[in-house]
Design a protein around this ligand. Structure first.
Ligand code: NAD
Ligand code: TYD
Length: 339
């Protein structure tokens, strides 16, 4: 089996590559990544010398480059993680989200149509369903929940999902889609809530909680997401969508307090800042379908996963220090200075 994994130098894609090379040592994995600010080649260092692994620096929107790679590799499957992934950045500048997340997805699928493929898998998000009210804890996102997006990020992901399903219906492309809740774990880029709070705590810097911090996210350890995608690409039904989540809903403020406690830092570091525009209140996945059809269940409890994650950041300063001391500084200044 030869699999092209796009966006494999990012957070979830890299964890997926490690998972696949470990679980399927006879597979060839080709990582295609543009290495944007969020892509980090040092993350892939442990597998660079693996003879079953190849890294190619390429933009998924580069049609010529993508077609050439398909001619060279004759992939059996494509798993598309490549995306602009940060909601706050999408609010500042939507255009690159439309380009990568929509046009890039179409370009990859055109290559799959031209050269043939056994499976195209789209890594999507629960954010395509919009949000749920805080006073209706009985409501969850199922695969039948209508698409109803809030941010340019989620809209671009929803646009891509619609295209993926259209390529299945119109051209018979063998596709699957997974829509997962918020991931956390090693190699999470420091602009996202959990790594940002860990790293700020370590520097005794203010912890910027948007609004009152009552927004709820449904957190899943990244390895559980990787296992779900592995199951879907092998056993999932073509044309189907699978929701992935572990029934682990938490308020942002409780996560931040927990990180303070684990690191022995005072909660006085918490600073409430201006809320995100259009901020989604609550995400909550109903994972019944993937459980019943594919036998998937999450393995890592949040209490263990967050400890492992914090320990990983403590042990891997070499990974995050160059990131937070580089152009990320300018980003942080711009996004948080007058908030
Ligand atoms: P990330 O931002 O950490 O990584 C994205 C990767 O894609 C980077 O390596 C980047 O260099 C690469 N990339 C960006 N534009 C590209 C382009 N035009 N061509 C090739 N490569 C490009 O993102 P992540 O958090 O790992 O998310 C991966 C996927 O999972 C995304 O599609 C995201 O929408 C989805 N997702 C993420 C979460 C989450 O909690 N992080 C939850 C559900 C779904
Ligand atoms: P984030 O990690 O950006 O993921 P998403 O918006 O895709 O769910 O944010 C998670 C939650 O944390 C979200 O409700 C926004 C909030 N948040 C803060 O309160 N402060 C921050 O500095 C960041 C980055 C996020």
């Amino acid at each position: 089996m030869n699999i092209i994994v796009t966006g494999g130098a990012g957070f979830i894609g890299s964890n997926f590559i490690f998972h696949m090379l470990k679980e399927h040592p006879d597979y060839r994995i080709v990582c295609l990544d543009k290495l944007t600010y969020a892509g980090n080649l040092s993350t892939l260092e442990p597998v660079m010398d693996n003879p079953n692994f190849r890294f190619v620096k390429l933009d998924i929107c580069d049609r010529e480059g993508v077609y050439k790679l398909f001619e060279e590799e004759h992939p059996d499957m494509v798993v598309n993680f490549a995306a602009e992934s940060h909601v706050d950045r999408s609010i500042e500048n939507p255009e690159v989200f439309l380009q990568t997340n929509i046009i890039g997805t179409a370009t990859l699928m055109d290559a799959c149509r031209k050269y043939g493929i056994k499976r195209y898998h789209q890594v999507s998000t629960d954010e395509v369903y919009g949000d749920l009210p805080l006073d209706r804890p009985d409501l969850f996102f199922t695969e039948e929940t209508p698409i109803h997006t809030s941010s340019p990020y989620s809209s671009s992901k929803a646009g891509a999902d619609l295209l993926v399903l259209a390529y299945n219906r119109t051209y018979g492309l063998p596709v699957t889609i997974s829509r997962c809740s918020n991931n956390y774990g090693p190699y999470h880029f420091p602009e996202k809530l959990i790594p940002l709070m860990i790293i700020n705590c370590l520097h005794d810097k203010p912890l910027p909680v948007y609004g009152e911090g009552l927004n709820v996210r449904d957190w899943l350890y990244v390895e559980d997401h990787c296992r779900a995608i592995d199951l879907i690409i092998h056993n999932g039904k073509v044309g189907e969508v699978y929701n992935v989540g572990g029934h682990n809903e938490m308020k942002n403020i409780d996560i931040v307090k927990l990180i303070c406690k684990e690191l022995g830092k005072p909660e006085t570091l918490i600073t409430h800042v201006t809320d995100r525009k259009g901020h989604d209140m609550r995400y909550a996945i109903d994972p019944t379908k993937i459980h019943n059809d594919l036998g998937w269940l999450p393995e890592t409890k949040f209490a263990d996963g967050i400890k492992k994650t914090i320990q990983w950041y403590l042990d891997n300063e070499d990974w995050w220090q160059p990131i937070v001391s580089g152009e990320y500084q300018d980003y942080y200044e711009k996004m948080y200075k007058n908030r």
